[in-house]
Write a protein of this length. Sequence first.
Length: 89
Amino acid sequence: MSLRVFAMLILAAAVIGSAIGVVYARHESRRHFVELNQLTNERDNLNFEFGRLQLEQATWAENNRIEQIARGRLGMVSPGPAEMIVTKR
């Protein structure tokens, strides 16, 4: 084989290797982009759920709700004036 043919084979192999590398890099880029979109959607869904849970927690912790439970389930009542004792500091 002459030096020229050998150089052409090496260059052809380099071009083919480079082309395969480009195709692989593009494939990985697209795969990562799809994964990024999925994770972004999951983050948005979790943020929505977190906001909903915060609203639900605020509703459950409302003073009126706590008072209703105290009166209904526990039988608690507000003391009358005769039952109150006022103290001074």
